[in-house]
Design a protein around this ligand. Structure first.
Ligand SMILES: Nc1ncnc2c1ncn2[C@@H]1O[C@H](COP(=O)(O)OP(=O)(O)O)[C@@H](O)[C@H]1O
Ligand SMILES: [Mg+2]
Length: 483
């Protein structure tokens, strides 16, 4: 096989003068995604005196235009130049700045691959290639619903190890010392970012309306023809204004009182590579959406988007509160760079994490974070369904196929709203219970308007708060600090 000269040129441009004496191995593995191509490339140092050649493995990511999504807002959000620029800056910032101190000095946490360089001409960037398996594949090989306790334990072991890694990532990224110069990178873009997110949400809702009502639209010889304007006309006929709903939801979301922190923002098992060395050795890739967001959005998407066994699986588990407590305990420890606490947590068992949570936050903060968790989970589920109808489930990896299915999304969303309804008691301890109730009510109504079917009785109960119980939140910690 001949060496691909075009790819070699791109790789060498990103590497600059480094690795000049190395030659490219013709073996290149390519992995195309919806808006980038990832190439695994190997440079080998020729050494005539030894049969053991020195080699360096790279992941070259070349951003490209989304494969014809026919949605202007989607294209804009996935603009190759913007994603390339953001991911390059984030990777180099994390590589340069994120550290933690130990008794013997300062250490790099290796949360992400090493960043080698970027090329504006090709919208390409190069990182070290991480050998290992993505966590999603590992999880999907062990059926989490398996009857055998042994299999369930293996699944839970991988899953909890992933939680600890998410907590370490979020904690260290937001540690005071590490954040010092970060705001400058993103704050300038915050307003534009919100505008883009709102536009993307609108185009997602339009896509989903179309998918749910496809029989009402024009069919031509080639099948369904998606047309934004046609959908908007129909929505107008039904007197639904997406713009006013979206701005109403944006206002209401502030009343959830969830802190804003830096988040990975695409935190799921597909973007976590498990290396052999436990613990805390999963590496995060795909940092193009990294930035300020709800402080529970990473753990929420990690828990909700799981494996081919189904979404939402984890929050049905009786251990669900435990998983969240593990996350909050470790996140707190890393954010404060309290390595002694990390060490103690490593020896804790189920039950003890609740005690830690009871000490590090108040009941009000806990309730706000719980409501935020479900708000983020619902948004994520809707986003994935829209991506699924946009590109078709055959284009998505096997492990996440079901997450992209519209009808699954319907039942998932309904289940999430029922969960919100069942934690009515907890919502009453939120900073602004009425705001939280109005948020979920308005969100549910909007989703129903585009074709979801959350029973109106559930929405009315959420808004009025008449339902009793704390089902989803079985084991609530005992809180030591008053609000
Ligand atoms: N540095 C890397 N080392 C090993 N595998 C990688 C690396 N970067 C990406 N990958 C693999 O390629 C896949 C897609 O890359 P990603 O950056 O997530 O692209 P996208 O933004 O299109 O999702 C990842 O899920 C992972 O399996
Ligand atoms: Mg990815």
């Amino acid at each position: 096989m001949a060496v691909d000269r075009r790819l070699e040129t791109i790789l060498r441009t990103t590497l600059g003068d480094s690795f000049k004496t190395y030659v490219l191995s013709p073996q290149i593995h390519q992995r195309p995604t919806s808006h980038a191509d990832i190439y695994h490339m190997i440079l080998v140092k020729p050494n005539p005196n030894s049969c053991r050649a020195n080699s360096a493995h790279f992941a070259l990511k070349v951003f490209k235009h989304a494969n014809d999504s026919s949605d202007a807002a989607y294209e804009e959000r996935h603009d190759p130049g913007r994603l390339w620029s953001r991911e390059s800056r984030v990777l180099s910032w994390i590589n340069r700045k994120v550290r933690f101190s130990t008794s013997v000095g300062v250490r790099k946490p290796y949360l992400v691959p090493q960043f080698h360089g970027a090329s504006l001409d090709h919208f390409a960037l190069t990182t070290s290639f991480i050998s290992g398996e993505v966590l999603a594949n590992l999880l999907s090989r062990v059926p989490e619903t398996s009857e055998t306790p042994n299999q369930r334990d293996i699944f839970e072991g991988h899953f909890i190890r992933g939680i600890k890694d998410v907590a370490k990532f979020d904690g260290l990224i937001n540690a005071e010392e590490n954040r010092m110069d970060a705001p400058d990178i993103f704050n300038k873009e915050a307003t534009q970012h919100q505008v883009r997110e709102n536009r993307a949400l609108k185009c997602n809702l339009i896509r989903l309306y179309y998918a749910f009502h496809s029989d009402a639209f024009h069919l031509d010889h080639f099948g369904l023809e998606f047309d934004t304007q046609e959908v908007l006309n129909q929505l107008r006929a039904e007197q639904i204004s997406l713009d006013s709903r979206i701005s109403e939801l944006q206002q209401l979301s502030k009343r959830l009182h969830v802190p804003v922190r830096y988040q990975h923002n695409d935190c799921n098992g597909q973007n976590m590579i498990v290396t052999g060395k436990a613990p805390y050795s999963n590496r995060f890739v795909d940092l193009e959406n990294f930035g300020p967001a709800s402080s529970v959005s990473d753990i929420s998407s990690y828990c909700i988007v799981l494996t081919s066994g189904g979404n939402n699986h984890i929050f049905r588990s009786e251990n669900f509160p435990h998983y969240r407590h593990v996350y909050h305990s470790y996140e707190h420890a890393w954010r404060n760079m309290d390595l002694d606490l990390v060490k103690r947590l490593d020896s804790y068992v189920n039950g003890q994490f609740g005690e830690v949570v009871g000490q590090i936050m108040t009941e009000r903060e806990y309730a706000d974070l719980t409501a935020g968790f479900f708000a983020d989970a619902i948004s994520k589920t809707v986003k994935l369904a829209a991506a699924g109808v946009r590109f078709g489930s055959s284009n998505t990896p096997v492990t996440s196929r079901n997450t992209f299915d519209v009808s699954t999304s319907r039942t998932d969303v309904e289940e999430l709203f029922r969960a919100v309804n069942s934690m009515s008691g907890l919502i009453n301890t939120c900073t602004d219970p009425t705001g939280v109730r109005d948020y979920f009510y308005t969100l549910g109504k909007t989703l129903n308007d585009i074709g979801y079917n959350v029973p109106s009785g559930v929405l009315v109960e959420i808004r009025s708060g008449i339902s009793i119980g704390n089902n989803v939140m079985g084991q609530i910690p005992t809180f030591k600090r008053a609000d």
